[in-house]
Structures are given as structure tokens and as C-alpha cells.
Design a protein around this ligand. Structure first.
Ligand code: LLP
Length: 425
């Protein structure tokens, strides 16, 4: 565990969180390089028995500092926009290790990706494939593609992040996949090389992954019969934070080994995973300052300087994030300003939905700091300027050192791209 208390103060590796927040201000995202590396290595180890490649889902946390650490570790990248492509190119990642997912790729994004020689487009509809074919033909490039199939598998997660069901907008219906592949293989500038799926996010039960993999293997078998040279099977991301990466890897390996035993003559393929949350969530915390403790008739509020603008997950998905004090008062010191209560921890944003945690027992005082845990994924990447609050800084800690991976924004940055309109009178 790289976030731990030393002499009552919370540390990231060997760096004091209090010292960081006093130096840089709050709210502040702090990441542990060690935890990120460990999570990546757990994935590699869990899949070591089969040819595999891990493509980090950039959307979870697209900071260049985080991307470049993952690039050094050997990860590829799963992107969903031209902006994410630009980030991955900026850190100098090998372009063949880039996979482009997403239902709405624009002509410009497809062109940029083709010109960058990315490794694979994950295609989500027939009109998208036709668009890729026509742009690729114009550029005289052959586009490597995988169809993202929708395996119609229910998962136990928030409906907003369940993507593998028939009624969702993602992927192509499983039953239509074979026909799509056969048609695609006839197109002049399309090379089908993989099969992909992504059934949703924050999944802590292994059965849906196993069912999805079974379906991918079944389709792989069918495509081989039609002489389609499929080399990649992509199971997507989606692993939640309470299931060990080891167990997930084991389930995948045993399904693939069973398949290989049943069909020993099948050609080799590489398994691809696209984890986001499971790689970076636990490696990040959000540090926030307690501005006020406020007593109302029914409730005690702990009003902090981070809100739904800084970490949107509680407001949007009712997500639970553990919240702990940066200074831990275990002995209940004799401090009249320190009040042990059940608090709703809320932000400064003018919306009742602006909360970070509800009914949490805390012993705190104004001016102290709290740390919101498992905030490394979909924290900063979903942060906004709502209520005209600058985005927080981000710090990456490495043992006893740290570096600023996102600098402070000024108020001027908030409106730097805006223009005053001088109407003619
Ligand atoms: N691959 C594809 C095609 C995806 O759409 C996603 C996530 C991933 C991989 C990575 O999934 P992960 O391993 O991180 O679960 N904002 C939500 C999560 C949305 C996930 C969207 N797609 C949240 O804060 O929980």
C-alpha cells in the first residue's frame, strides 16, 4: 500500500501529503508511481502464460505524465478521440500499439489515425467501416480493423457504464458479426485482424468476462473456417477494484487453455486487454481542504474545496469513494475545534447533487485536509470548469521525490479562449 500513515500523517510513498498540499494548494490530485507500476505488473504476471498485450484505456486518466510512465512499462493505448491520439503521439508511444475505439469517429479522426499508422480500428457499425474504407482508399492505406461485437451480457454495474447489453449503443449485434467480417474482408482497403468487445466498467464478478471471452472464441473459430486471419482477441477493459487482477487473469487463462485443448490445431492469437480503472484508480487520491463545518437541523456538513467539478463520480453515478483524513487523530485529542460527527462531505458547487460522500464518520476541524481514495481513474479526466473553478494540479510521487504533472491553472486560463463581442451600435 503506497498511501499510508506515518506518525499520524498520510503519505504517498515517502512523500507527506500535508507537505504537498501546503506547497501546491488544494484541491490536488496525487498519484503514486509505485502503485501504477504494481498494477501494470500484476496484469502482466496474471497473463504470463498466454501471448497478450495490455492497452491502457486513456480516458481513465489521460495526463501525459501517467501515459509516459505506462509507455515505459510497455503498455499500448486504447484511445477514443483525436485528442487522445494527440496525447499518445505526444509521448512518443509506438503507433502500432494504438487501438482506436468509440462509436462516433469523425472523418478527421479517422484520417489522423490512418496517417499515424495505428495498430487497429475497433469498428462499431457498418457505416463507420464504409467511412474508414473510403478514407483509407483515398490515402492508399490499408486499415487494420476489428469489429467490436456486442455479446449481450448483463453485468452488475451502474447502468451508465454497462455497455454489453443489446439495447446499448455499443458494438454490432453478435449474430451479425460473421456476415460483417465476410463483407469487410472483400473491401479493398480493410484488413480484419481482430475481434473485440467491452462489456462495461467497474465489474467485480468474473462470470461476465468469461461469457464474453467464450463468445469471442466462438466467433474466432467461425472466422477461421472462412479463412479470415484473425490475430487479436480483445476482451476490453472493465475490471472493478475489488476483484484481484490475479483472479481475473486466471479466469481468462483457463478459458483460453480449455479452448486450446479442445482445438489444438487453431492458430495462435494475442489476447488484448484494455484496462483503465484497474490500472490507475487506486494509484490516485484527491486531496481537499475543509472550508467549513456546518450544522443544519438534520445533518452535519463538511464543506470542502473539491466538488463535482473536481470528482464527478459520486454526483453522476452515486459512486462510493472512501474518504480519510490527511491528519489522523486516533487518540481523540483534546481539541475543542475538532468535532467527531457523521458528516455529508460536500463541495462548493451550487447544486444539491454536489457531494463527495454521504454519512461518513469523521473527526475533523476546519482548515484540515481530507483524502478521497481511488480517485486516479475518471477523476481528473471527468473534471470540469463548472462554476468557473480552475482544474486542480496533479502530482506524481516516486519514492521520496515528486513532480508536477499538471500545473496550476489561473483565472485567466478559464476564459483565455473567449472573446468579448463589441456589437456595432
Ligand atoms: N475499453 C473501452 C472500449 C471502454 O469504453 C472503456 C471504458 C475501457 C476500455 C476501460 O474500462 P475500465 O477498465 O476503466 O472499466 N466514467 C465511468 C467509467 C466509464 C468507462 C467507459 N469506458 C466511471 O467513472 O466509472
Amino acid at each position: 500500500m503506497s498511501f499510508s500513515y506515518k506518525n499520524k500523517f498520510l503519505f504517498a510513498e515517502a512523500v507527506s501529503i500535508r507537505a504537498l498540499v501546503e506547497q501546491y494548494g488544494s484541491p490536488l490530485y496525487v498519484y503514486s508511481k509505485q502503485m501504477l507500476c504494481e498494477a501494470y505488473q500484476q496484469f502482466s504476471k496474471a497473463l504470463s502464460g498466454i501471448p497478450h498485450h495490455i492497452h491502457y484505456a486513456v480516458k481513465a486518466n489521460p495526463n501525459l505524465g501517467i501515459l509516459s510512465e505506462l509507455n515505459h512499462l510497455g503498455a499500448g493505448f486504447d484511445i477514443v478521440s483525436g485528442g487522445e491520439l494527440a496525447r499518445v503521439l505526444e509521448i512518443g508511444a509506438p503507433t502500432s500499439h494504438i487501438i482506436f475505439s468509440g462509436v462516433g469517429k469523425s472523418p478527421q479522426e479517422i484520417t489522423e489515425a490512418l496517417l499515424s499508422s495505428i495498430g487497429c480500428f475497433q469498428v462499431e457499425s457498418w457505416p463507420e467501416l464504409e467511412r474508414i474504407q473510403s478514407i483509407a482508399a483515398r490515402l492508399n492505406i490499408v486499415a487494420p480493423v476489428a469489429f467490436r461485437v456486442n455479446p449481450d451480457i448483463a453485468i452488475d454495474s451502474h447502468p451508465y457504464i454497462s455497455t454489453g447489453l443489446r439495447e446499448s449503443k455499443f458494438g454490432i449485434p453478435f449474430e451479425m458479426a460473421l456476415g460483417y467480417y465476410l463483407q469487410a474482408a472483400r473491401l479493398s482497403h480493410i484488413a480484419p485482424i481482430g475481434i473485440a468487445c467491452h462489456i462495461g466498467s467497474n465489474i467485480n464478478n468474473l462470470a461476465p468476462f468469461d461469457q464474453a471471452l467464450e463468445k469471442l472464441l466462438d466467433l474466432f473459430k467461425q472466422l477461421l473456417k472462412h479463412n479470415l486471419a484473425i490475430r487479436y482477441l480483445n476482451l476490453g477493459g472493465g475490471l472493478g477494484l475489488t476483484t484481484p487482477i490475479q483472479a481475473y487473469g486466471q479466469a481468462i487463462q483457463s478459458r483460453i487453455q480449455d479452448f486450446k485443448q479442445a482445438y489444438p490445431d487453431m492458430p495462435q492469437f494475442t489476447l488484448i486487454l484494455e484496462p483503465g480503472r484497474a490500472l490507475i484508480a487506486k494509484a490516485g487520491i484527491l486531496v481537499t481542504k475543509i472550508e467549513y463545518l456546518k450544522t443544519m437541523d438534520q445533518k452535519q456538513f463538511c464543506i470542502v474545496d473539491a466538488g463535482m467539478n473536481t470528482l464527478m463520480r459520486p454526483a453522476l453515478y452515486d459512486a462510493y469513494h472512501e474518504i480519510i483524513p490527511v491528519y489522523q487523530d486516533q487518540e481523540q485529542e483534546q481539541d475543542p475545534n475538532r468535532i467527531a460527527q457523521i458528516y455529508d462531505i460536500v463541495g462548493p458547487i451550487c447544486e444539491s447533487g454536489d457531494f463527495l460522500g454521504k454519512e461518513r464518520p469523521l473527526s475533523v476541524r476546519m482548515g484540515e485536509y481530507l483524502a478521497i481514495l481511488s480517485a486516479g481513474a475518471y477523476g481528473m479526466s471527468m473534471a470540469s470548469h463548472y462554476n468557473s473553478r480552475p482544474l486542480p494540479m496533479e502530482i506524481l510521487v516516486d519514492k521520496q521525490t515528486h513532480c508536477v504533472i499538471r500545473a496550476q491553472e489561473s483565472y485567466r486560463d478559464l476564459f483565455a479562449k473567449e472573446h468579448l463581442i463589441h456589437l456595432l451600435k
